[in-house]
Write a protein that binds this ligand. Structure first.
Ligand code: ASP
Ligand code: MG
Length: 439
């Protein structure tokens, strides 16, 4: 069985819901995970903000506006009065429920209940639509099987058992619709898997039912081997290893968060990224297979700051790096690239909120130099150290570009360069020519 997940924009209007319905009704049994209609979760967060600030009037205004939007979509979605009425009643009940929270104290607990409404409504709308169309579709209530443990981590044993029980109630259904993002916590309270968590839901369900494939459908253009906005002649990336996908995630390549795909990776279930705007395109397949000797993609990230700490005290000393790293940790600033020599270390950061304090503290340990407006260029592919020639190829492409740092060997799948932002376009084009277009 396959598990398909559709994000907020893919179910963002009555029209889009109809398109999703068309895509999923092919006679094959499947589980479909849906997000809330786009913008809804943000609006529910906004409503909660007003309630935290004890402004029920502000909250009510937004609740009413959101409800009106849903009413209109319901009118457009269904062709029969029976389904229009049935769904309007459900939506009214959910909004009345949200309104009931404007009258009392508001805490994190109430907020989570409010945030859950988006997915509860979108899945109800789509299930009703499919049923109106005569499809054998069933709503699987995620709150009955999706659960986190005392460490707020998903509980795979519980999920597997309870999901199987839910599926058994309707063994012959063609389509099982369920809510992404929402769950119960170890205490049985309504909770969620964090923003964007619907992908996580799909991955957990895929692992629980040992799916043949997990499909993540969005309405954005698929993965390319380089940035098509900057480089000419890019090609779609058809296949990535889970680790390659994880390397690319930092670069905002429209790709899944590594935590979200971890259950799929461990269960060895391939994840396919697909585009609702181009449903017949093959998309990008992410799996545990490595394509030997292949460079897959190049990605870049701007607004990087490099910091170098040089100290003769570092030579033959132990604990030097720990002291340096602790400074970054104390300002909750994560380090991305690291390069070391015997007497110095360079690191890169992308969050400069506490840069001045960090620099001040670092001066205790050595001479500090800063380079701003830098850019990380990351080459991803089969870069296992025993392969020969690939480092040279990537370096050759950077021949005319001043390189501030090079990082290789951190994983089997990546080599990174830190360069000036102004050289980015040239570097990306040159890497594209050398690695993909054989110039
Ligand atoms: N609706 C949730 C959010 O916007 C979950 C998701 O879309 O993945 O964060
Ligand atoms: Mg989303």
């Amino acid at each position: 069985m396959k598990v398909l997940k559709f994000g907020g924009t893919s179910v963002g209007s009555a029209q889009r819901m109809k398109e999703v319905a068309k895509l999923i009704t092919d006679g094959e049994q499947k589980i479909v995970v849906l997000s809330a209609m786009s913008g809804t979760t943000n609006t529910l967060v906004e409503i909660s903000d007003y309630l935290y600030k004890k402004n029920p009037e502000g909250a009510n205004e937004i609740i009413n506006r959101l409800e009106a939007k849903y009413k209109q979509n319901v009118n457009e979605l269904y062709s029969t009065d029976e389904y229009k009425q049935k769904t309007q009643e459900f939506i009214k009940a959910q909004f009345d429920y949200i309104r009931s929270y404007t009258k009392d104290i508001f805490t994190l607990f109430e907020e989570k209940v409010i945030l859950a409404q988006g997915e509860l409504i979108s899945t109800n709308m789509v299930t009703n639509y499919l049923q109106e169309q005569g499809v054998n579709a069933i709503l699987l209530p995620a709150l009955e099987f999706m659960r986190t443990d005392k460490n707020s981590e998903p509980d795979p044993v519980y999920i597997k058992e309870k999901l199987a029980a839910q599926l058994e109630i309707h063994p012959d259904a063609e389509i099982y619709i369920t809510q992404g993002f929402i769950c119960r916590n170890a205490y049985g309270e309504i909770d969620n898997l964090q923003r964007g968590g619907s992908d996580y839901t799909a991955s957990l369900i895929g692992a629980a039912v040992n799916a043949s494939e997990i499909q993540i459908w969005t309405d954005i253009d698929g993965m390319h081997d380089n940035d098509p906005r900057i480089v000419d002649k890019t090609s779609p990336v058809r296949h990535l290893h889970f680790e390659e996908a994880a390397e690319l995630a930092y670069f905002g390549a429209k790709i899944l968060h590594p935590t979200c795909v971890q259950p799929a990776k461990y269960a060895n279930i391939p994840v396919r990224l697909l585009n609702t705007m181009e449903p017949t395109a093959p998309g990008t397949l992410i799996s545990n297979d490595t394509e030997k000797g292949k460079i897959k993609a190049v990605a870049a990230k701007d607004n990087i700051t490099a910091i170098k700490i040089k100290s003769s005290r570092m030579l033959l000393a132990h604990g030097f790096l720990r002291k340096v790293f602790e400074i970054f940790e104390s300002y909750q600033t994560s380090i991305d690239m690291i390069c070391t020599s015997e007497v110095g270390v360079s690191v890169s950061i992308d969050n400069t909120k506490h840069l001045n304090e960090i620099l001040d503290d670092l001066k205790k340990y050595g001479t500090v130099t800063v380079d701003q407006d830098m850019c990380i260029i990351c080459v991803v592919g089969d870069l296992e150290w025993e392969n020969v020639g690939f480092e040279a190829k990537a370096l050759d492409a950077m021949r005319d570009i001043p390189v501030r740092m090079i990082s290789f060997g951190g994983s089997n799948y990546n080599i990174s360069f830190l360069i000036r932002e102004e050289d980015k376009k040239k570097a990306l084009q040159s890497l594209s020519d050398h690695l993909f277009n054989n110039k």
